[in-house]
Design a protein around this ligand. Sequence first.
Ligand SMILES: CC(C)(COP(=O)(O)OP(=O)(O)OC[C@H]1O[C@@H](n2cnc3c(N)ncnc32)[C@H](O)[C@@H]1OP(=O)(O)O)[C@@H](O)C(=O)NCCC(=O)NCCS
Length: 170
Amino acid sequence: MTEVRPAVLEDADQLARIHVDTWRATYTGLIPDTVIAGLSLNSSVQRWRDVLPTTPPRHCFVALDVTGDVIGFVRRGPSRDEGAAPTTGEVQSLYVHPEHWNTGAGRALLDTATTELRDDGFTDATLWVLTGNARARRFYERCGWHTDGRTQHDHRRGVVLDEVSYRRGL
Ligand SMILES: CC(C)(COP(=O)(O)OP(=O)(O)OC[C@H]1O[C@@H](n2cnc3c(N)ncnc32)[C@H](O)[C@@H]1OP(=O)(O)O)[C@@H](O)C(=O)NCCC(=O)NCCS
């Protein structure tokens, strides 16, 4: 069983490393090489140091390996989509370091996020995934999520990313 606990400020360095390494492993070939080349560990550490203190309690969780190292994270909260029902939550990001894929960490983090959303009174949840991210889409489908017919062009880091929405009841 993967241990999962709320993230703390001291996790910032590890979270940044996971973020950058996972982007490189997952998005090379899916998004422009210039974006991948521009990823910076230092900037990511700074972003996490800014974000963690302002994140509401129990909205960001980390997964640990048997030695206690942080190997993945999930962020959850109310849906950020325009016009979303107040009862719709969102899994805002889910990343497991590539060295720890297929060990159950992703499932443990996703289960934590959906349980926390349900405990807060949300009745369903959505998430956005890159249309070409076949591995993640397969993972979500095995975990009971389904596409809900929505797509978007997300403008991030100077590029346009095609994303598809997944949804599940809680
Ligand atoms: C998508 C992602 C979060 C999945 O995380 P993960 O830790 O690999 O997920 P799990 O290990 O829980 O499950 C993956 C597979 O491993 C299997 N698995 C789980 N525990 C296992 C174990 N102990 N031994 C072997 N296989 C195992 C699961 O059954 C699952 O297989 P399936 O998809 O055929 O059902 C991860 O690949 C990732 O971070 N990808 C890059 C970032 C990304 O795309 N995030 C989503 C963006 S929205």
